[in-house]
Design a protein around this ligand. Structure first.
Ligand code: PRX
Length: 644
């Protein structure tokens, strides 16, 4: 079986790796386990600059509200830029950017430094300061990391909203954060078309009194409304701005950003990340997992709007002083070889993407990567969802030419940095397994009582105790933070994923155990989609499930019961799909709407999603045909069944 094949690292890779061989990994792991505070203190000293050292590495006095590097002063933008500018790296490319239409910019650390400081001066001039909150809603242009870094420089907590989110989703985030400013663009490019962003901002701001300023970067040049007094052109503001703006000395626990992600309720959760510990663990993971050398060109082909982009396009690579590639558009535009064209053009050495993207490339065909010289690649990564062994093998053979190790990295928005992953110069790889926890991460697979499962068994994935890049709370909802994550098992973080530990101790992450779906590596909540559907005038009730999908991992299937005055039709199904697109974002539109006259429920009224999942998986479903389900059998069943 392909899944049982083992790929040890090549002697050449081991010889040049930062962590060479399993003994070296074990040594680091044991050092961290024996004395986590001493270990992370050492990492903090080696990898990060501090304006003032810490009093304590870890303050667990108010667990689970852990604090790291208390008393220390630091600044993320300083560590990402200023300290590199003081060295030979000043003229090294920090960001190599390519726009979808083919335009290009290369920003050295010095140039990035100038642009960030000038933009930070705009924020100061408009009256923003440490402790304020900014929303960033931009396409994948260099001005996006520039805005993030300018906020970080001043201690303005940012929340980046993925450009695919609708105005409704944007509004919820602005309101929840009570942000004072929105940094946006007229639009961006996607598959040859423009995506208008400023319009969505205007719609959202009707209900957002906290926002007093909007900065608009002109990317597409399309005409947008500008509200006098509130809206400003990026270019107009930047013209006279000085190029120096000192980095504020911030507490290690100062909130760097809030990133909203889906949970099990209808309302997204604001994941709060702070500065000091996040920097330390992020910088460590860059070195261990991506084995970065100063001469490497690294490309994480994600979107900055998700946590992968925050940690591994912007902050991680810049902390490490790396050259990071950033690409604005779609992987298949103008042709499905765009990614490989970019890899060849910039001689990318380390490439990081998602299993969904890999599966799409398999479908496009090998001739697209084969058109290009991919010999610069030396390491490949995967993130966001379990990678099926077949996709892994293809990635290894067709992209990595059987030369590049693949690091399958497991982590979450909440964890801030990679938690479980192979180290490429150490770990023998098994396709489909994220392998072992990183040093300092005490991940385990346990049963309902918290006992580690024996080898060869499945259970819940947990992390025993805190880690430096962990999220600190949920924005405005500390009780939910404690209840959702830290209450199932004493002192342990409850991940929400199931996992298997195999006979060799390898961890295989299997997927979510809660009502959260993973569609194309994007986390989605059944409850959020259901509440969106029932807000439509035609819908009486809705149940959403994630069905297995060859391409996207899971696909959203919505069972909908209409109000009696409405009739099921293909048109109504299309309307409802668009409705969800409008309420959340196009990427969240259900693949299928299935009308049904009722939904199977337990006696207490809970929808039995398990049964719906069975209907979908056993009854072959193709395309997005609208079918009328007869669930009467299930409804009868539900009166005799127990709780779901
Ligand atoms: O179910 C796991 C899955 O993605 C979830 C986290 O989603 P999000 O916070 O959006 O972050 C995605 C990018 C880090 C996890 O609970 N997941 C992520 N990486 C993997 C994975 N599942 C299996 N293998 C992975 N490598």
């Amino acid at each position: 079986m392909a899944a049982d094949k083992i790929y040890p690292p090549s002697p050449e890779f081991v010889a040049q790796a930062h962590v060479s061989g399993m003994d070296a990994y074990q040594e680091l792991f044991e050092e961290a386990k024996a004395d986590p505070e001493a270990f992370w203190g050492r990492m903090a000293q080696e990898r990060i600059d501090w304006f003032k050292p810490w009093d304590k590495v870890l303050d667990a006095s108010n667990a689970p509200f852990y604090k790291w590097f208390t008393g220390a002063k630091t600044n993320m933008a300083y560590n990402c830029i200023d300290r590199h500018v003081k060295t030979w790296r000043k003229n090294k490319a920090a960001i190599i950017w390519e726009g979808e239409p083919g335009d290009q910019q290369i920003l050295t650390y010095q140039e990035l430094s100038r642009r960030v400081q000038r933009f930070a001066n705009i924020l100061l001039k408009l009256g923003y300061k440490t402790g304020d909150r900014a929303i960033i809603y931009m396409p994948m242009v260099p001005e996006l990391p520039i805005a993030m870094l300018a906020c970080a420089r001043l201690g303005i907590t940012h929340s980046v909203v993925f450009g695919g989110f609708s105005s409704e989703a944007l509004k919820m985030r602005i309101q929840d954060l009570e942000a004072g400013i929105v940094i946006t663009a007229d639009g961006g490019y996607r598959r040859g078309r423009t995506v208008r962003l400023k319009d969505a901002v205007d719609e959202a701001l009707v209900d957002c009194p906290s926002v007093t300023n909007v900065i608009v970067y002109r990317r597409t040049g399309e005409k947008v409304e500008m509200q006098a007094g509130r809206d400003h052109d990026w270019e107009d503001l930047i013209t006279d701005m000085p190029e120096t703006c000192p980095a504020v000395e911030l507490d290690a626990e100062h909130p760097l950003y809030v990133l909203y992600t889906s949970g099990t309720t209808g309302k997204p959760k604001g994941i709060v990340h702070t500065t000091g510990g996040y920097q330390v663990q992020l910088a460590s993971s860059m070195k261990w997992v991506f084995d970065l050398k100063d001469e490497d060109t690294y490309w994480c082909a994600a979107d900055v709007g998700w946590v992968t982009g925050h940690s591994y396009i912007v902050y991680g690579p810049l902390l490490a002083g790396t050259t990071s590639v950033m690409y604005e558009g779609a992987p298949d535009y103008p042709e499905p070889d765009r990614f490989w064209r970019i890899c060849a053009k910039y001689s990318v050495n380390v490439f990081y993407t998602s299993p969904t993207a890999i599966r799409a490339f398999i479908k496009f065909g090998e001739h697209f990567p084969n058109r290009h010289d991919l010999s610069s690649l030396r390491l490949l990564g995967s993130v966001g969802e379990p990678i099926n062994p077949a996709a892994w093998e293809w990635y290894h053979k067709v992209i990595g030419h059987e030369r590049c190790p693949i690091v399958d990295t497991w982590w979450q928005t909440e964890t801030g940095s990679i938690m479980i992953s192979a180290l490429p110069g150490a770990t023998p790889l098994k396709p489909g397994s994220a392998t072992f926890p990183l040093p300092g991460v005490l991940a385990d697979v346990v049963d309902m009582d918290g006992n580690s499962v024996p080898k060869g068994s499945e259970g819940y994935l947990i992390v025993r105790g805190p880690w430096p890049s962990m999220f600190r709370t949920l924005q405005g909802d500390p009780d939910r933070f404690v209840k959702t994550y830290w209450s199932q098992l004493d002192g342990c973080y409850f991940v929400g994923d199931a996992a298997r530990r195999d006979e060799d101790g390898y961890i295989w992450v299997l997927g979510r155990v809660d009502d959260v779906m993973n569609v194309s590596g994007h986390r989605m909540s059944t409850a959020e989609l259901e509440s969106s559907l029932v807000r439509h005038e035609s819908v009486a009730e809705a149940a959403v499930i994630g069905a297995p999908d060859e391409l996207t991992g899971q696909a959203v299937i919505a069972f909908v019961t209409l109000k009696s005055t409405y009739e099921p039709s293909d048109e109504l199904a299309a309307t409802l799909r668009d409705w969800v697109g409008h309420e959340i974002g196009k990427f969240a539109r259900p693949k299928q709407i299935r009308f049904s006259e009722g939904l199977p429920k337990t006696r207490s009224g809970k929808i039995m999603r398990r049964l719906l999942r069975e209907i979908v998986t056993q009854d072959k479903v193709t395309g997005d045909v609208t079918t009328l389900e007869d669930l009467s059998v299930l409804n009868r069943l539900s009166t005799t069944s127990g709780e779901d």
